[in-house]
Design a protein around this ligand. Structure first.
Ligand SMILES: [Zn+2]
Length: 92
């Protein structure tokens, strides 16, 4: 599905609707020292097995998330389209 790369969104800092540029959002690797990963390591150590349930049915498509950047002040925020799709494509 084709998605326009420029949209008009509400900016919290400017407190009005401004033009935003959309960029592809990539998730970073989890931090080793964070509380969640340390807890996970403690739970899964030894013969404990898995402590979080694994989904039996996996969904094939994902909801696309982008990074929207305000062209006026430059703040960034998430831009999520609440719809599942196979191939999201940014079009200029
Ligand atoms: Zn702004």
């Amino acid at each position: 599905m084709k998605i326009p790369a420029k949209t008009k969104e509400y900016c919290k800092k400017c407190k009005r609707h401004t033009e935003h540029k959309l960029k592809e959002f990539k998730t970073r690797s989890p931090r080793k020292q964070s509380k969640g990963t340390r807890r996970h390591e403690v739970h899964t150590a030894g013969y404990g097995g898995k402590y979080q349930a694994i989904a039996t049915v996996k969904k094939k498509n994902k909801r696309p998330t982008f990074l929207a950047e305000c062209t006026v002040c430059g703040t960034k925020h998430y831009f999520v389209i609440p719809k599942r799709m196979k191939k999201p494509e940014l079009v200029k």
